[in-house]
Design a protein. Structure first.
Lengths: 362, 135
């Protein structure tokens, strides 16, 4: 089965190069192409309508090649991993250990309490925001599953907000509560509403991931009161992967051009601040900053395997998110991306009165 | 911790779906809410001609000319930039101004302006994109 998949992968690569790629070239040159093809492009890449005015056709051909290349690379890695998993016991043991190693319940309780307390910290002002954003109803362009529903009324949004806070409060009180699902889904629904105005807010991306996964820690547990470890590990993997993929995106789309001081300079001009303008006068600093950001994002997954890397990587992360706020006015001083760093801390760094010791299970 | 077979099946399913949620947007260059493509600031801020742009709007209230501060309407500046760019490239600049004008009916003479600059150069060009004179 795996050998067949590998064969199909090689065949798919050749098919793209010699049969499919010419259609892409025709589309970008404005020649006639099958309707299904242009429909698919607009469906998968709606920003093409905007971006085609900014970049040359060669840029998009490179992007199409990249799409196929990425799919090909991921499938290859998946097949390689499955082969290793099937034939090497050491790989199987390492995987088992990664997902199921020991993690004290007290620590799992602390993580859960802290993450769900974040819902209060980051959404306390949403109640007023619903009315403000409803004024912009003319700009509302619902995305994903929101397209199936009309614009939610302010009363509905406020009711969901109340349900979210009550559920989150229950989880902070009792971290193994099933209300975690309700709190997470309510949060994601409300945040999705804010994304419906033609701008995706990535500020809550990793917190959303974590909130999706943590509720599974209380499902089908061997002992009452216990929390499973794998949802926490998976949440850590997702956070690390978010940074890593962010670095890979920069490398594969802009290449080393991304490190050019001109690039960061242009970003600073698009998000003007006083400090950003000051920094723009020093190209060497812009280059060093860009290099540091890219390197940090690419090595971030080491945090999962090397304990001594945890503190430096997290400290750079805090500095990075503060810098995007100070220099570009992107996000706020307390980023939700930083809030989920708590999952990487090995010990509860807060006073025990704030996050009391949870019920210790055997 | 020993898991039951059902618990192991749930674990495998959730892990597979989480990785799919991470990788499908990465491959397809598209956010699939609540899963994201992490392409923030990945694309070069300027095109092959090293040109980039921002948008702003002007309007009048009782004869006084004002520059639009989107935050006075409760809209973050980054949201305004995203909206104005999208409306501009779709050729819907007038609709953008109409929508804002309806938010404050006492305003008149709306104008959408595009400021273009070349990366690395201090000067910029300002072009009037579209205007809306009727109240």
């Amino acid at each position: 089965m795996l050998a067949l998949s590998a064969f199909l992968l090689v065949f798919g690569g050749f098919y793209y190069l010699y049969s499919f790629r010419p259609i892409v070239v025709s589309f970008l040159e404005g020649s006639a192409v099958p309707t299904w093809f242009s429909d698919t492009v607009h469906q998968l890449y709606p920003r093409f309508l905007v971006e085609r005015h900014r970049f040359e056709p060669a840029f998009f051909l490179q992007k199409a090649d990249m799409l196929v290349g990425r799919a090909w690379a991921i499938m290859s890695l998946l097949i390689a991993f499955l082969m290793a998993y099937q034939y090497f016991e050491k790989v199987r043991n390492k995987c088992e250990q990664f997902w199921e190693g020991e993690e004290p319940s007290t620590q799992a309780y602390f993580y859960t309490r802290f993450i769900y307390a974040g819902i209060f910290v980051f959404t306390y002002d949403w109640l007023a925001d619903f009315e403000v954003w409803h004024r912009f109803a003319a700009f509302y362009r619902p995305h994903s599953f929101y397209q199936w529903f009309p614009l939610p009324s302010v009363a509905v949004l406020q009711a969901i907000w109340v349900i979210m806070l009550l559920s989150a409060g229950t989880v902070v009180w009792r971290p193994n509560s099933r209300f975690a699902f309700l709190a997470s889904i309510s949060f994601l629904f409300l945040h999705g509403f804010f994304n419906g105005f033609e701008k995706t807010d990535h500020g809550f991306a990793t917190l959303g991931f974590v909130l999706l996964l943590l509720p599974f820690s209380s499902l089908m547990v061997p002992q009452k009161g216990q929390l499973l470890r794998w949802p926490f590990q998976l949440a850590r993997v997702m956070v690390a992967a978010a940074y890593f993929l962010s670095g890979i995106e920069k490398l594969t789309i802009a290449g080393f051009k991304w490190l050019s001081p001109l690039n960061l300079h242009a970003h600073l001009l698009q998000h003007p601040t006083h400090l950003g303008a000051l920094l723009s006068a020093y190209p060497a600093l812009l280059f060093v900053g860009s290099l540091l950001i890219l390197s940090w994002q690419l090595v971030f997954p080491l945090i999962l395997f090397k304990e001594k890397w945890i503190v430096p990587l997290l400290c750079i992360g805090v500095a990075f998110h503060m810098a995007t706020w100070v220099l570009m006015d992107v996000g706020t001083w307390l980023s939700p991306w930083v809030w989920v760093y708590v999952l990487f801390l090995k010990q509860n760094p807060f006073p025990k009165a704030l996050f009391p010791k949870a019920i210790q299970t055997k | 911790m020993i898991l039951t077979e059902r618990s192991k099946a749930l674990k495998r399913t959730v892990i597979a779906m989480a990785f799919a949620g991470l990788l499908v947007p990465f491959v397809s260059f598209k956010d699939i809410y609540p899963f994201y493509r992490f392409g923030m600031f990945a694309e070069p801020a300027y095109g092959s001609d090293r040109k980039s742009e921002v948008f702003f709007a002007r309007y009048q209230v009782n004869g006084t000319k004002l520059t639009l501060d989107p935050q006075t309407f409760g809209m973050p500046d980054s949201q305004w930039q995203a909206l104005s760019r999208n409306y501009f490239y779709r050729g819907e600049g007038k609709m953008l101004l109409q929508n804002f004008q309806q938010l404050q009916p006492e305003t008149t003479h709306w104008e959408l302006l595009q400021v273009s600059f070349r990366a690395g150069l201090p000067s910029a060009d300002t072009v009037l994109v579209v205007s809306l004179t009727s109240k």
